[in-house]
Design a protein around this ligand. Structure first.
Ligand SMILES: N[C@@H](CCC(=O)N[C@@H](CS)C(=O)NCC(=O)O)C(=O)O
Length: 207
């Protein structure tokens, strides 16, 4: 049985990505939850993850850390996690890599905080430029793949998983969206797995 080590649902945007991918393809897995920002966090994470960070996937004697590497591993088990068309797959990989390595201004000044409503916070010039680029990516995908389904490349893929924390951030910081992007955000919010994650984040607040 696969084991996925994750952090807080409210804050751990990196954990959400592979967690959503694994839920969407319905692979059975055991979830190991580690509370972040606690005196034991570091030692607990190092029991599983050599990088000292979550998420981390354990499959028998194989350990995979880092969200994108975990998603790639899941796609080896379940290839439908990437678009089947080579050009679409290349583009999906490119935007996932861009998400994984970029948008530092946005990620730094507008962190994932599902509990919160902060409509006026976080809009540095760098964050605004990142937001514009993210919306351009979503609009471009939705324009071209709308006929194949409601996700970025039609059916659900790792691209949706990699951008899933941005959904919560845009709601927290009340980012306005053009219609196609708004529809994609609504599709994502309606996924039972996303609802489950959000409910878990809200429950953490009461702990
Ligand atoms: N590049 C990594 C980033 C992972 C990361 O930064 N994880 C944070 C939580 S979201 C973490 O484990 N922090 C350790 C800590 O809070 O002690 C990935 O994609 O998985």
């Amino acid at each position: 049985m696969l084991k996925l080590v994750i952090g807080d649902r409210n804050y751990s945007s990196w954990s959400l990505r592979p967690w959503l991918a694994i839920k969407q393809v319905g692979l059975p897995f055991e979830e190991i939850y580690i509370r972040l920002r606690d005196s034991k966090t570091r030692s607990e994470i190092y029991k599983y993850s050599p990088s000292g960070k979550v998420p981390c996937l354990i499959d028998g004697d194989i350990t995979v850390w880092d969200s994108l590497a975990i998603c790639e591993y899941l796609a080896e088990i379940e290839p439908s996690l990437w678009p089947s068309d080579r050009a679409a797959r290349a583009e999906a990989r490119a935007i996932c890599a861009e998400m994984h390595s970029g948008f530092g201004g946005f990620r730094h000044s507008m962190p994932m905080e599902i509990h919160a409503s902060k409509p006026f916070d976080g809009r540095t010039a760098e964050a605004a430029a990142d937001i514009a680029r993210i919306i351009a990516i979503w609009e471009s995908c939705r324009c071209r793949f709308a006929e194949s389904g409601p996700f970025l490349f039609g059916r659900f893929s790792i691209a949706d998983a990699m951008f899933s924390p941005v959904v919560w951030r845009f709601l927290t910081y009340a980012v306005e969206l053009p219609p196609a992007s708004k529809a994609w955000v609504e599709t994502m919010c309606a996924l039972p797995a996303m609802e489950y994650w959000r409910a878990g984040a809200l429950a953490e607040k009461g702990e």
